[in-house]
Design a protein around this ligand. Structure first.
Ligand SMILES: NC(=O)c1ccc[n+]([C@@H]2O[C@H](COP(=O)([O-])OP(=O)(O)OC[C@H]3O[C@@H](n4cnc5c(N)ncnc54)[C@H](O)[C@@H]3O)[C@@H](O)[C@H]2O)c1
Length: 442
């Protein structure tokens, strides 16, 4: 093995999740079942993928943990916060993603995962009304209580390191406000002044995690860490941050399919995506202000893959207003389907002599099932990045995310193209393992 640039992965890893709903209860169940040899972590790059390192006669294919020391599934301890008091077993049963036979073998372990009181403000998710909620005098008090939760969890479970992820409901859209979100000093002042409009509860979780030396992952599209003040906080504390929004179903297809159109220089007039889902996530997203957050995240994918300004003949048609193809995304709350999401994409393309053609994609997927491997990979890789001394926005984790974080104040563009993201992922792992980053064909 090469000289690794990462410290060893020793001791217990505490995974603390905000939200003990469908995604996280299914995640915990899967990890516990895999630990007993009763299930396989299918879809997880850290558990299955192999990366080429070296070139020519020296090349070999290694799994991620052979390149970068990584926590094993046995080393993981789970904690959670939620607005509702249901434990992880009750939550997994309620979510109905899995069948009883997939949950019962780990019932005892799941029952022990009881959510801590949530840092919550109903104004950010009107359709939730649980009472497992902290009483907080100010947003700063909210931060202090969350920090105390993390410290206590770490000590009680004898963890050597902690990682925190938001996998709770999507909050209403908080517009970045450069009078508050621009610097850490302003952000802290706003928390102390209890500025409830500009400081979402999710920001308090993120701040608390970073302050306690834990990487923070934003699994929903909320603004949270996507502001300069949080980038500053993550640099100051030497902690990685990643977000936003797990890239699971329709956006995964989009970021993998759009390159087909772009690579063959075909034209695009419009892309219409619609979904139905009936879980609690769908209920919250039925509220227009919460959907707005999701819409911003879902719409951004195509713009950096099929660029109107670079190819006006191909991508500069279809929508007079913006001078580019028409792109629309809809999510419809439809309870009978529960977690079984169904998505339809209608893609209006054109070819030789502008001749119009259509592509239809009908994707039926289980939302949480596609999210779980991403959670595992994001946890293990962000903790690995912390041990490698990486802080701030982790662009190499864009592969897993719908709206990759980037420094928009400097005009930086995110990379949404799935296969470019995969190259970034592999190169970051190679570098952490002491190998050379490269673009050789595998
Ligand atoms: N499943 C997917 O494929 C997928 C993909 C991308 C993003 N997401 C996002 O992941 C999140 C979770 O999805 P889900 O299906 O598990 O939803 P869910 O509704 O089943 O679970 C979310 C939980 O978060 C809790 N919650 C809300 N606000 C909270 C707060 N401030 N503190 C603590 N807990 C809080 C809710 O009470 C609920 O139990 C959603 O934001 C969703 O948009 C999911």
């Amino acid at each position: 093995m090469k000289n690794q640039n990462v410290k060893p992965a020793e001791g217990k890893l505490g995974i603390m999740v905000v939200g003990l709903g469908a995604v996280t209860s299914t995640f915990m169940t899967g990890v516990l079942m895999a630990r007993k040899g009763l299930a396989k972590p299918v879809g997880s790059m850290t558990q299955y993928d192999k990366i080429r390192v070296g070139k020519g006669a020296d090349k070999k294919y290694l799994s991620y943990s052979e390149i970068v020391p990584m926590a094993q599934l046995d080393d993981i301890v789970f904690g959670a916060w939620d607005v509702y008091p249901a434990n992880a077993f009750q939550s997994a049963m309620y979510a109905e993603v899995l069948n009883e036979k997939d949950i019962l073998p780990v019932k005892d372990e799941l029952e022990k995962i009881v959510p801590l009181k949530a840092a919550f403000d109903k104004n950010f998710a009107k359709r939730l009304d649980g009472d497992n909620v902290k009483q907080c005098a100010t947003r700063w008090d909210m931060v202090e209580q969350l920090r105390e939760d993390i410290r206590k969890f770490k000590a009680d479970n004898n963890c050597s390191r902690i990682v925190v992820a938001w996998a709770a409901s999507t909050e209403i859209y908080v517009e970045p406000n450069m009078a508050v979100h621009d610097t850490l000093e302003h952000l802290e002042a706003a928390m102390k002044a209890d500025d409830r409009a500009n400081i979402a509860p999710s920001m308090c979780y993120a701040y608390a995690a970073l302050a306690e030396g834990a990487p923070f992952i934003m699994g929903a599209p909320n603004t949270t860490v996507d502001i300069p003040a949080m980038w500053e906080m993550s640099e100051k504390t030497g902690m990685p941050i990643a977000g936003k929004d797990f890239k699971t179903g329709q956006t995964l297809v989009k970021s993998g399919f759009a390159p087909i159109i772009g690579t063959r220089c075909l034209g695009l007039n419009g892309w219409f995506s619609t979904n139905i889902l009936g879980n609690r996530d769908g209920l919250v997203l039925d509220e227009p202000a919460n959907f707005r957050t999701k819409e911003v995240s879902k719409l951004s994918t195509l713009e950096t893959i099929l660029k109107p300004e670079a190819q006006p003949d191909l991508y500069g048609h279809g929508n007079d207003e913006d001078n580019q193809y028409f792109h629309k995304v809809r999510i419809n709350y439809y309870p009978p389907r529960n977690d079984n999401k169904e998505g339809w994409d209608n893609i209006d393309i054109f070819g030789w002599m502008n001749f119009p053609m259509q592509i239809k994609i009908n994707f039926l997927w289980l939302d949480s099932i596609l999210a779980e491997p991403l959670l595992l990979d994001l946890f293990l890789l962000s903790v690995g990045a912390a041990r490698a001394g990486k802080s701030g926005i982790q662009r190499f984790l864009s592969f897993f995310l719908k709206a990759p974080m980037h420094d928009y104040t400097q005009g930086e563009e995110p990379v949404n193209h799935l296969f470019q993201q995969y190259t970034m992922l592999k190169n970051a792992i190679r570098e952490m393992g002491g190998y050379e980053a490269d673009e050789e064909i595998d």
